[in-house]
Ligand binder design. Structure first.
Ligand code: TNX
Length: 766
């Protein structure tokens, strides 16, 4: 899609570079005058004796070779024509900042450190068309002045649940480098597998790296009955660290403790509270069996593991997890209870004694890590029971933990689930996607992310040192799928991490994206192609009873073809020229043709009942996180699917749904239907009853039907439940539909007694 201009001059073709790169540089000043011509004879020069610059020069030469097919010579002899000069310039303030100066004679990339020069080289390589074999590249005279917004720009990968080859990890690091990311957070251990060789404890990998089987789907109860395993030797890890280092990426190891440790406990059951036996988990989730905090030997075991990890990884940061550690075992374990007594730990209104015990474990591990001259990072649970003195917090359960930590003057890395969990779906059409954990985090959602919340003021804001996206791999069996989940969302992430908020603009980002995607294509990265799909915006006009559908595409020059009868669009289907005004049921299908290829087909059913697209009001409001477009979601003619976060369902917590629809004129009706979506594990229960009443003035209502529904039992399925209530025909101008929720979670539920959610959609009345 990139606009590449080919022209012929002296027999060799020329192509234009542009500076429309991601992440967007802070300042680009174009100059009049002649361009620089990059050709086969251009050299790359660097300062003699500077090994790191030599490394950048070699990589830049490789990058240019990937695009053009010719390999530029590197040199240390001073050149002043037809050369790319890499140099160190101490006057640049930011240690990762850089300047690029391009004039007809030379390209100069300067950084205050080699890191800065490396990012300058990234910008230069992204400015060159991705595919320009044998071409001379014309680069307009320019000054680019750039530096990152955040010093910590992270990307995470979980190899506990599924693992990937060393070559794949290197490919991952290449992807990170392409996006100016400087920290690779490597989640190496989890309940489903221990993936790092520890010489002192060989059983960790001998036994702990293998699970006997893996759940099919999401903890369905069925298993594949195939052993799954793998781990990284210390030699392989050194290789990965060195590879990352050449790309100015620090590798942060995570040993997740004291929870998420089933694989370790399988190998060394003596370090658990019950003594086992334990299994490397074939299922996903949070498990009660954790390391025994009251067992001194278990603590020494953790320290010994960390000692080897610290020897292996040069990273200043060592991640010690700390997330999702149930206190069930500790509460019953004599050793843990004894330690609680000895330490004089008392529960208070804020935390249980066991939560303070977790804080003891984290503090102790921090002391150990600090004694080796390193610092810890912990997930935001490490706030519970008091933060360890020097800890950096990774805020994943929203931003709240990060805010609290910053207020306590701790460094924070923001990685909230709602914006940067790349294990979430990136499309609403989840049926067409590989199975994912859930959620809905499309590209624009990632782009919107602002890591420094407005509630932090003054100096507190500086404690947010950066942000990161996480890729948990419960449902990601292959590295190809890793690529699919990561790209292009990582492009949006990179701009959140690098570019100042005032310079960010999503539409502008989308215009620059094709240049980057051309590199993805060239490298054969399996990126998600949703950007090429038709985008639809559904607006309702309840005054006139219309749904107005706005269709658009990333490249506005491309034609959108559509049908309204459910047939697959062809090149000769109706051409989309203006928003569609819909007031009858349709089956919309739309796609874009790219030569002989075509985008994924957008499909949306709109099924209108007599109540659809009529003014609707709610007596009590949905839960804040699940309000989406508000009440009209219930009667817009569009039904929700199995995913409750798509915006098609409205979610209520602890209250009934009480909706009144203004039918606009007296209308004969005799039935009402609605659906609920049940996901019991997420505290989402079903309806317990419904009442329909009618009115002609909107004030006095008369009940025409009512239905009781049994509370769901433990064995009832998670699924969509459809209800229809028939009644004697009546004429009504207003219809009130009350749907009763489950008052509190029932006894059998792990959240028994707490308010239940109810998710409702599409109230149809005919
Ligand atoms: C929570 S994020 C976890 C992980 C899961 C992830 C799935 C965090 C610190 N813990 O163990 O894989 O959710 O999204």
């Amino acid at each position: 899609m990139a606009a590449i201009m080919f022209s012929s001059c002296n027999g060799s073709k020329k192509v234009n570079a542009d500076y429309d790169v991601i992440p967007k540089p802070q300042k680009i000043t174009l100059h009049k005058g002649n361009p620089f011509i990059l050709s086969q004879s251009t050299k790359i020069s660097y300062t003699e004796g500077n090994k790191k610059l030599e490394n950048v020069a070699n990589q830049l030469s490789n990058y240019i070779e990937d695009a053009t097919g010719y390999k530029l010579t590197t040199t240390t002899s001073p050149e002043d024509k037809n050369v790319i000069i890499l140099d160190i310039n101490n006057s640049i303030e930011n240690k990762e900042g850089y300047l690029i100066n391009i004039n007809p004679n030379l390209i100069k990339i300067s950084g205050s450190t080699e890191n800065g020069v490396f990012y300058g080289a990234q910008t230069l390589r992204k400015s060159i068309p991705a595919v320009a074999q044998g071409a001379a590249i014309e680069l307009a005279s320019v000054n680019i002045e750039d530096a990152p917004r955040f010093s910590y720009r992270g990307m995470h990968l979980d190899v506990g649940r599924h693992t990937y080859s060393v070559d794949s990890i290197k490919r991952y690091i290449d992807i990170l480098a392409l996006h100016n990311i400087n920290n690779f957070h490597w989640h190496l251990t989890d309940d489903q597998g221990w993936r790092i060789e520890i010489k002192k404890y060989p059983k960790l990998t001998e036994l702990g790296s293998i699970r006997k089987k893996t759940t099919i789907g999401r903890n369905s109860g069925d298993f594949d009955n195939k052993p799954y395993g793998g781990f990284f030797t210390q030699e392989e890890i050194k290789e990965v660290i060195a590879y990352a280092d050449e790309r100015f990426i620090n590798v942060i190891p995570e040993i997740d403790l004291p929870g998420h440790m089933l694989a370790a406990l399988h190998a060394y059951p003596e370090y658990g509270c019950t003594g086992g036996p334990y299994e490397v988990s074939p299922e996903f989730g949070v498990f009660d069996d954790v390391i025994c905090a009251g067992n001194e030997d278990a603590m020494v075991f953790l320290e010994n593991v960390l000692e080897e990890v610290i020897e292996l990884f040069p990273s200043q940061y060592i991640h010690i997890g700390g997330d999702e550690c149930p206190k069930t075992r500790w509460a019953k374990c004599p050793k843990c209870q004894k330690l609680i007594k000895e330490l004089g730990i008392k529960k208070d209104s804020k935390h249980s004694a066991e939560e303070y015990l977790q804080s003891y474990v984290i503090n102790r591990m921090e002391k150990f890590v600090n004694s080796k001259g390193r610092d810890i990072i912990g997930w935001d649970e490490t706030l519970e029971g008091g933060l360890a003195p020097n800890a950096t917090v990774m805020s994943w359960r929203g931003m709240g933990g990060g805010i609290e930590a910053a207020k306590q003057k701790h460094n924070v890395i923001m990685t909230p689930g709602g914006y940067v969990y790349f294990d979430h779906y990136q499309s609403l059409e989840t049926d067409l996607e590989p199975l994912a954990i859930g959620g809905y985090t499309p590209l624009d959602r990632v782009y919107e992310f602002e890591p420094v919340p407005a509630t932090l003021e003054g100096d507190e804001r500086n404690y947010v040192i950066g942000c990161q996206a996480n890729l948990w791999t419960e449902y990601i069996k292959t590295f190809s799928q890793v690529e699919y989940m990561v790209m292009p969302r990582i492009a949006a992430l990179s701009e959140v991490q690098w570019t100042n908020p005032e310079d960010k603009n999503y539409d502008d980002f989308l215009k620059r994206l094709p240049n980057l995607v051309a590199i993805y294509d060239r490298e054969n990265y399996n990126y998600a192609k949703h950007i090429y799909d038709v985008r639809a915006q559904y607006n309702t006009d309840t005054e006139n009873g219309f749904m107005i559908i706005d269709l658009s595409s990333l490249d506005s020059t491309k034609e959108i073809r559509y049908t309204l009868d459910g047939t697959e669009p062809t090149q000769s289907s109706e051409l989309y020229t203006e928003p569609l005004k819909i007031n009858k049921s349709i089956e919309l299908r739309a796609c874009i043709f790219y030569g002989d290829k075509k985008s994924r087909t957008l499909s949306q059913s709109i099924n209108l009942s007599k109540a659809s697209l009529k003014p609707i009001t709610l007596a009590s409001q949905p839960n804040k996180g699940y309000t989406f477009n508000g009440a009209i979601t219930l009667n817009d003619g569009m039904k929700g699917n199995q995913n409750y976060k798509t915006g098609r369902w409205l979610g209520f917590a602890g209250n009934d749904i009480d909706a009144t629809i203004d039918m606009k004129e007296e209308t004969e009706i005799s039935k009402c239907s609605f659906s609920t979506l049940v996901v019991k594990g997420d505290w989402i229960m079903g309806a317990t009853g419904a009442t329909i009443s009618v009115s002609n003035d909107g004030k006095e209502f008369k009940t025409v039907a009512s239905k009781k529904i049994d509370i769901l039992t433990k064995d009832d399925k998670d699924q969509i439940y459809d209800y229809t209530i028939d009644f004697e025909p009546v004429k009504a101008k207003f219809v009130k539909v009350v749907i009763n929720s489950t008052p509190t979670l029932p006894k059998w539920h792990s959240g028994a007694g707490s308010p239940a959610f109810i998710f409702v959609d599409e109230i149809a009345i005919d």
